[in-house]
Design a binder for this molecule. Structure first.
Ligand SMILES: Cc1cc2nc3c(=O)[nH]c(=O)nc-3n(C[C@H](O)[C@H](O)[C@H](O)COP(=O)(O)OP(=O)(O)OC[C@H]3O[C@@H](n4cnc5c(N)ncnc54)[C@H](O)[C@@H]3O)c2cc1C
Length: 268
């Protein structure tokens, strides 16, 4: 209790906002989602990440987090891992509505529509919490203005880990702002590496052997019309990058848009 009072009394640094937690939802022993108020001056593009965290004694403890809500939303949403001995998430997993979290003032990132040249199909390839930036992008009407089809893929180990993605897709389709334009354009394709599932295995293998495209009757990757965003572990990122480059895709950035972009879902 004394510690808590001490940390509340210490002012957070100037590079962060203090935001009040609105909702918290636990999905599994290792995954949860929460929303907090959006600081009035915080601007970001759908798909970007920001530093978030908690005061840890006199210092802030901050980590990079994808913003899982779209740029137009009044609240900020996040989807988080719980690492048992993780400096931040061992604490963050205990937050409750009304608690305060720190939100950095400079969102940034490469998983933004502007980092891609125009195309027809947009593939959003994610593993684990790497779905978070895409939870933002699939709820942005601009995504559907730019693409005829938006294919969100989510690969996890076990089926409970897919529930957050299913919830977000349901919310998107029911959303008064974006639902109508997303229906018929948004597809949600899931695969599992451990539990039994219609699409079984790593997304990279499923793409390479064609099972992924056969699953929903789609043509294979075509760099002339397709654009790809990738967010996952370093291993998945490297393998997907290799797959994309072997098929003629060129990595893009904010300064130089290309035909695919990548971002790590976590360091290490
Ligand atoms: C650009 C970027 C965006 C990120 N966005 C998110 C996000 O939206 N949601 C999120 O939960 N994390 C995200 N992370 C990871 C996040 O920054 C922290 O690493 C995570 O919150 C754990 O913090 P920690 O202090 O508890 O443990 P850390 O010391 O940071 O991590 C301990 C170990 O846990 C593992 N780990 C960390 N994060 C994850 C993860 N997300 N999935 C699986 N294993 C992990 C790694 O092996 C890591 O070495 C992002 C990281 C980067 C670089």
């Amino acid at each position: 209790m004394a510690d808590q009072q001490e940390s509340i009394a210490i002012a957070p640094p100037a590079n962060v906002h203090v935001a009040r937690v609105a909702t918290v939802k636990h999905y599994t022993d290792s995954l949860f989602a929460f929303t907090c108020e959006r600081p009035a001056s915080l601007r970001f593009r759908s798909g970007e990440f920001v530093m978030i965290g908690l005061m840890n004694g006199p210092k802030p403890l901050l980590r990079a987090y994808s913003i899982a809500s779209p740029a137009w939303a009044e609240e900020l949403a996040f989807y988080s891992i719980k690492v048992p001995a993780g400096p931040l998430t061992s604490q963050l997993q205990n937050i409750k509505p009304g608690d305060e979290v720190l939100v950095g003032k400079k969102p940034t990132g490469t998983l933004v529509l502007d980092a891609l040249t125009p195309g027809k199909r947009l593939f959003l390839v994610s593993t684990g919490t790497g779905i978070a930036p895409f939870a933002s992008l699939i709820r942005d009407p601009e995504t559907y203005e730019r693409y005829d089809e938006v294919i969100l893929t989510h690969t996890c180990r076990t089926s409970p880990e897919l529930v957050y993605g299913a919830d977000i897709v349901d919310e998107t389709l029911a959303d008064p702002l974006v639902g109508e334009i997303a229906v018929g354009k948004l597809r949600h394709i899931t695969s599992l590496t451990r539990d039994a599932h219609p699409l079984q295995g790593r997304i990279t293998r499923l793409i390479e052997d064609g099972a992924f495209f056969a699953h929903f009757g789609a043509a294979p990757f075509n760099p002339a019309e397709d654009r790809i965003m990738i967010c996952g572990s370093v291993g998945v990122l490297n393998d997907m990058k290799e797959i994309a480059e072997a098929r003629g895709f060129v990595e893009g950035s904010n300064n130089e848009p290309g035909t695919f972009v990548v971002e790590r879902a976590f360091a290490g």
